[in-house]
Write a protein that binds this ligand. Sequence first.
Ligand code: BG6
Length: 479
Amino acid sequence: MMSNFSSEFLWGASTSAYQVEGAASIDGKKPSQQDVINKDSYKKFGFATAEIASDQYHHYKEDIALMKEMGFKAYRFSIAWSRVFPDGVGEVNEKGIQYYRDLINELKKNDIEPIITLYHYDLPWALVEKYGGWLDRQVVKDFEYYARFIINEFKDKVKYWTTINEQSIIVQYWTQKCYIPQELQGNNQLRYQINHHMNLAHAIACKLVHELVPNGLVGAALGYSPVYPLSSKPEDVMAAQNAHDLRNAFYLDIYFKGHYTKSAWIYLEKHGLAPNIEAGDMELIKEGYSDFLALNYYASECAKYCPDNGTKQIRYSGVNRSGKKGEISGFETHPGFYEMCKNPNLDTTDWDWAIDPTGLEYMFRDIYTRYEKPLMITENGLGAYDTLTMDGKVHDDYRIHYLREHIKAMNRAMEYGVEVLAYCPWSAIDLLSTSNGVKKRYGFIYVDRTDDDPKECKRLKKDSFYWYKKVIESNGEEL
Ligand code: BG6
């Protein structure tokens, strides 16, 4: 394959704090909303909690040595806000911030570029208790306090900053990504209100990076799925356009143009779902411009015409908890606008995520044509059951196949001029899935633990580890 990757291209992989670190309640760290949410999922579904996760807190040197062995040029990870500020604001936890200093120093020592995500679902629980977390505008001020501290602390060591992970997914799965009291869960307007608060927080973080970090670059990390129409019937094509506007453009336009997508806004207003905007908000959003966009791409989506049957019953995305194909609990539906559905042309993972490398190429081409800003992949990967053989091997050829086809697709997009800075698939190492415990694995490095038993979290190299090492060594020539 003709490779389009420059010598500067950042090959690496990603994780997030609560999914990989463990050490959830030691060295001064207080709970985040994910510690609480995941304890509940353990009770309900038997999925591991975030208490130990992959225990990277105690294994970071070993993990970075393995990343180095694979040849990583970059590592994208997030900071746990409540490790640094256990109460969300106020006094800094020295041991907490020291962990990130050590982690970043170890990465730099190994010539691995740190790509920081400031927020990956784990709001300090103290702020949820104080005022309901993201539901309240006060969170924007508190986020600024936290972000200013972190950006200042690492401004000389970190060039690439991502702000908030997957606002689009937070809107879809808000009770898994945020703690929402039972009595508010029926109020869908709050999903967009939370998102508006996040837009403000994102803009503030962008401004701070521009102000404080010499040569710093900043953007959001957006969960993105291109939407295909189920058929070429004009009403399906129109439904796909509607879905694109509300699920994708709604975020892209904020990040790159500084305003809400008109059609999506009109739809939200019509249904009483539009967020309250205060004076000065849109100016702030405009000032907090992005230098690039990080994309988390796993799957494409499909939409079809949905008649307005008068019920106005809006539904959001379902989830597959069982890991058996076909057991997804439902599709997002907006009567009169669109209904999401299964794409009959694509195979899926065991958790019903469509496998579609061309979707990545399409996403890159589409976004780049519209906004002409550099892009990077901060997540892409296959959640799968892995088997550890008696001799300590994991033959994950399915994962290699998935990643190979996606890298080829990225390369094709680059051939048509798309500027791609980095490829950081999900995940560097096995970790706690957001919705399915630890048995759904993504890593190049196997972590020997189960949902019930953390054992010693021993690290083992999967076949994909050796494969990815070659990919990086050959700068994408040998796939
Ligand atoms: C992304 C998140 O939505 O998808 C990650 O940013 C997450 O945190 C990943 O782990 C895969 O999803 P899941 O539910 O399989 O863990």
